[in-house]
Design a protein around this ligand. Structure first.
Ligand SMILES: [Zn+2]
Length: 366
């Protein structure tokens, strides 16, 4: 357990005890002091953490045999409440097991990045503070979890997502070394540095871009977002930044419909349930050929699988073979142009599709 998470639990329990003891020994209204402490303590630990936590250098001490990044703690389990959401929160484990059953080479296991590093990469202090409160988290994940203690949501939901976000950044470093890398999670493309939504909390794509710019001195980065939804989070972050080139294919009839963020997109194609595999692949081929320039230095490929037929949120109609072909085409273009590529799994909500994701990744591994 992270020190932060431990302190969160410690102060939550202290608040509850304070309320009970004051209510019992002093008066009924005195127990409100416990509630007040419960509301205030996040300010104290947030401010302390922001001051005390230092930026760390992102180092890969032992190069893995294959540039696949995965940690068992990516998987979200919260005493069963995760089952209320259509999101298959253990798809990462299932995809990993499928890959592992056929490839025994050692993958990379990431550690959690420090708060100082997240702040250095641009994450908003105010946004981090709001994440301490369950009522706010409820709005990001579209579940009525406002009655749960913030510490519970931190250990069951925020920490796995932060670990996956850290994994995306480590995977970016691996991609620079090996030419490609896949983080078996991440791709939280509705989250920006200042806010989240659509089950996306930490803006891993923006943080990866900022890492590449600040720590690796790259300047021409392209995001190829083929998830069924618009990547409005990072688009908002890069509205004023022309050095980040954005190719985004999505179903414009579904969430989020963020017209302001659309202005950051350099290449858009609409995809819906009438788009066939053939049309989809042809459009990807055509646009990558047209938009991938020789001077581009890094590709972040957001490979959401919610474009597949039957997905309750994507409302598209691509087959498992189409998904496999799509990933193959993107990797081939990256290889052809000799641009390092980082793949993130992003959306994809059906348990039945996990097998197709695993097969698609397996065909990408040389
Ligand atoms: Zn999606």
């Amino acid at each position: 357990m992270q020190l932060y998470t431990f302190l969160d639990w410690f102060f939550t329990i202290a608040s509850a005890l304070m309320a009970i003891l004051l209510g019992y020994y002093v008066s009924g209204s005195a127990c409100l002091l416990g509630l007040l402490f419960y509301l205030i303590y996040p300010f104290i630990i947030e401010c302390s953490y922001n001051i005390l936590s230092e930026q760390e250098e992102i180092i890969i001490r032992k190069m893995p045999e294959i540039p696949i990044v995965y940690h068992e703690n990516y998987n979200i389990t919260a005493c069963g409440i995760e089952k209320w959401h259509p999101f298959d929160s253990c798809k990462y484990r299932n995809v990993y097991k499928q890959i592992r059953s056929r490839i025994k080479a050692q993958h990379f296991t990431p550690s959690m990045l420090s708060r100082g590093t997240l702040l250095y990469l641009g994450l908003s202090r105010w946004y981090l503070l709001k994440m301490c409160y369950s009522a706010y988290i409820s709005t990001l994940i579209e579940l009525p979890v406002f009655f749960l203690p913030g510490a519970f949501l931190r250990s069951s939901l925020l920490d796995p997502m932060l670990l996956a976000t850290s994994g995306s950044i480590y995977a970016a470093k691996l991609a620079l070394e090996k030419g490609w890398a896949i983080n078996l999670s991440g791709g939280y493309h509705h989250a920006s540095l200042n806010g989240g939504g659509g089950f996306c909390i930490y803006p891993d794509i923006t943080l990866v871009v900022n890492y590449l710019k600040k720590c690796q001195n790259l300047n021409k980065i392209v995001i190829v977002d083929l998830d069924a939804h618009q990547g409005n989070g990072y688009e908002r972050d890069f509205l004023q930044d022309s050095s980040v080139y954005i190719i985004d294919f999505y179903n414009s009839y579904i969430y989020p419909g963020d017209h302001e963020a659309e202005q950051a997109i350099n290449c858009f194609e609409h995809v819906d349930r009438n788009t066939t595999d053939e049309q989809y692949i042809t459009r990807i081929q055509r646009n990558l050929e047209k938009h991938l320039q020789d001077d581009m230095e890094f590709i972040i490929y957001n490979a959401g699988s919610d474009i597949m037929a039957g997905d309750p949120l994507g409302n598209c109609c691509i087959s498992p073979a189409g998904l496999q072909k799509r990933d193959e085409v993107v990797f081939k273009w990256a290889n052809h142009k000799k641009i390092p590529i980082l793949m993130l799994l992003s959306g994809g909500y059906q348990k039945e599709n996990t097998y197709a994701i695993g097969e698609s990744i397996l065909q990408l591994i040389p």
